[in-house]
Design a protein around this ligand. Structure first.
Ligand code: SF4
Ligand code: SF4
Length: 594
């Protein structure tokens, strides 16, 4: 031992009465480097509460929490990340992954407080002096952990597609589906937006795990028509996909289709829930469209004896009669329907209620009735000459094609309307060799048709004339018809609604054509309901009024789909069918409700 070591205890004592010495730097202003990873900042208006930061954090330093005055809405969970600085290791993975780029880090890193609670805060919501600091760590331009572009879908070229009714979208291969599924951040924002609340992240995860049977089970929990929906769903989920903030939304609809395409119908029974039980009660379903089929499926699983009555020759409603085969091949509609039928649901075709069988008979013979008869009566154009030969509704054209009849549209066609039926009628006419013009009263951005339908109509050679109002029809000399139309200017709505088209005087033009196809919407036909029953049901602007159980004013009758739901798409009808099945079950099994 050295002499110095021996003397050490005594030398320390000499400092006993000095002022305490501590490191001076923490209380002195010492800014971090420009890109230093200090405390987090968050632009909470840009943040959508997707929770991707929470799932990526290896230290469980992030919790998504509700924040004041921010409500859940489409595409935003209403939650915001709260960071626990007892756990954060400042790795910045959360900043690098954030799909909205709302999260960043300030270069502020010194913070002294005796209260440990203050070191858990919601950046951007709880007040901090560095929230507005423009220095600190941000993701570098072009540095992305997530793949922003979707895996391209193999499609027929427009040149090929317009020649036949062969399905245009070819479907993903296994590798393509897994690569696309890998882009999912599993935030679940899509679940809230999907009308049927399908568990999208769970079935996408099944693709990643290459477990198609599990994927099919997950899909069927909320949607018993996935082969059809995987092709024509209006995919509200994709519009709110968190990944869309960085590039292209996941192709959720096509991933669902991929799962269903991998399993043969004959194998479904071994994978899905069986419906062996019988509870002794009977339910009649009127209409075999998506609403009716979904209700029948879930009612059958609950043990009900279910009979569907439908006026058409084949089941499927608008899925079969309103959508052409290049978008939804009939064998795919059949796949969905045949599985439902295989569970014991009886489907009676060519039965018009009120004509072939009185509604009263069905009502008396069953414990409950669900009707989802859709909008079957096309609106007319309300212009002179619309009863001339050559004026055929969009629905009639699509119906003819489904039944194997040539719609005989001739060489030149004008379709009036801007919705999906208009686009389908136009593209169908193209496939019969016609030159097609689509006339729409408003602007292109006002068109209710899906963006891709508009794009594909154009691609297949249909001409789009917007702000064009049909005025009158006359018999043609060289063609069947002459359609006179005028240009419209858009008049802003002082109440903030959408602008209204107004005819510009003297702007009249004329198109010679063989066929004019009005496709401006449809309305329901309730003629099958007897007077004493319809008197008990309320209707508002042509729509059946229902409660949260999809029950009408007659407690034994439930309704859903286009006749009771303004969204008017297949997935909303499916969701209605599902909740009506629950409503009917509550009605028939809860004492006092019946
Ligand atoms: S990842 Fe980004 S957008 Fe999502 S909750 Fe976190 S901060 Fe918000
Ligand atoms: S910086 Fe790293 S440790 Fe801190 S919250 Fe973000 S991901 Fe978690």
């Amino acid at each position: 031992m050295s002499l110095k070591d021996l003397a050490a205890p005594f030398t320390v004592w000499k400092r006993a009465f000095e002022k305490p010495y501590t490191q001076i730097k923490p209380i002195e202003e010492r800014p971090g480097a420009e890109r230093y990873r200090g405390f987090h900042i968050n632009d909470t208006d840009k943040c959508i509460g997707c929770g991707t930061c929470e799932s990526v954090c290896q230290n469980e330093a992030i919790d998504l929490v509700p924040v004041t005055e921010r409500e859940t809405r489409h595409g935003d969970s209403g939650l915001r990340p709260k960071i626990d600085y007892g756990r954060c290791c400042w790795c910045a993975l959360c900043v690098d992954i954030c799909p909205t780029s709302s999260l960043g880090m300030s270069n502020e890193y010194i913070w002294i407080d005796e209260d440990p609670e203050v070191f858990r805060f919601v950046p951007g919501e709880d007040e901090t002096s560095w929230q507005t600091s423009d220095k600190g760590y941000r993701r570098a331009e072009g540095y992305e952990l997530l793949e922003g572009e979707r895996v391209p879908m193999p499609m027929l070229s427009f040149e090929e597609s317009r020649k036949s009714f062969v399905e245009m979208v070819q479907g993903y291969s296994r590798e393509q589906a897994i690569a696309e599924a890998d882009r999912c951040v599993a935030c679940g924002i899509c679940i809230a937006t999907c009308p049927a609340h399908m568990d999208v992240p769970a079935y996408i995860d099944a693709i990643r795990r290459d477990d198609m049977e599990d994927g099919l089970r997950i899909v069927y929990q909320a949607n018993p028509l996935p082969a059809s929906c995987g092709r024509v769903c209006s995919h509200a989920c994709e519009y709110v996909c968190a990944v869309k903030h960085k590039g292209e939304a996941l192709s959720i609809r096509w991933l669902k289709r991929y799962i269903v395409d991998q399993i043969y119908l004959g194998d479904y029974r071994g994978v899905l829930e069986s419906a062996e039980n019988q509870n002794g009660k009977k339910v009649a379903v009127i209409g075999s469209g998506p609403g009716g089929l979904a209700a029948a499926y879930y009612l059958r699983l609950l043990g009900y004896e279910v009979r569907i009555f439908d006026a058409n020759e084949k089941a499927g409603g608008m899925l079969r009669y309103g959508i052409p085969e290049y978008r939804l091949p009939y064998d795919q509609v059949d796949k969905d329907i045949e599985y439902i039928r295989s569970l014991g649901v009886e489907i009676h075709q060519n039965v018009r209620i009120g004509v072939d069988i009185p509604f009263r008979e069905i009502y008396d013979d069953n414990d409950a009735v669900f009707f989802s008869t859709g909008l079957t009566d096309p609106y007319g154009l309300d212009i002179a000459g619309e009863d001339l030969p050559g004026v055929i509704s969009g629905l009639k054209i699509l119906d003819d094609v489904t039944d194997g009849r040539d719609p005989e549209v001739g060489k030149s066609v004008v379709v009036v309307g801007g919705g999906n039926v208009a686009m389908d009628a136009a593209r169908t006419s193209r496939r019969y060799g016609a030159e097609v013009t689509i006339l729409y009263r408003r602007r292109e951005e006002d068109m209710p048709a899906d963006e891709e339908e508009i794009h594909e109509s154009r691609g297949e050679g249909c001409r789009l004339l917007t702000q064009a109002i049909p005025l009158r029809l006359e018999k043609g000399e060289t063609t069947r018809l002459k359609l006179y139309w005028g240009k419209a200017e858009m008049i802003p709505d002082p109440e903030g609604g959408r602008p209204r088209p107004q005819l510009i005087e003297g702007s009249e033009e004329m198109i010679e054509c063989d066929t004019v196809i009005p496709a401006i919407g449809q309305q329901a036909d309730y003629a099958f309901l007897p007077e004493e029953i319809s008197a008990k049901i309320s209707f508002k602007r042509g729509m059946v009024q229902i409660n949260e159980y999809r029950q009408t004013g007659d407690t034994k009758i439930f309704a859903g789909g286009d006749i009771a739901n303004r969204k008017r798409d297949a997935i909303s009808a499916i969701a209605d069918g599902h909740s009506a099945a629950k409503g009917i079950d509550i009605f028939l099994t809860t004492p006092g409700k019946n």
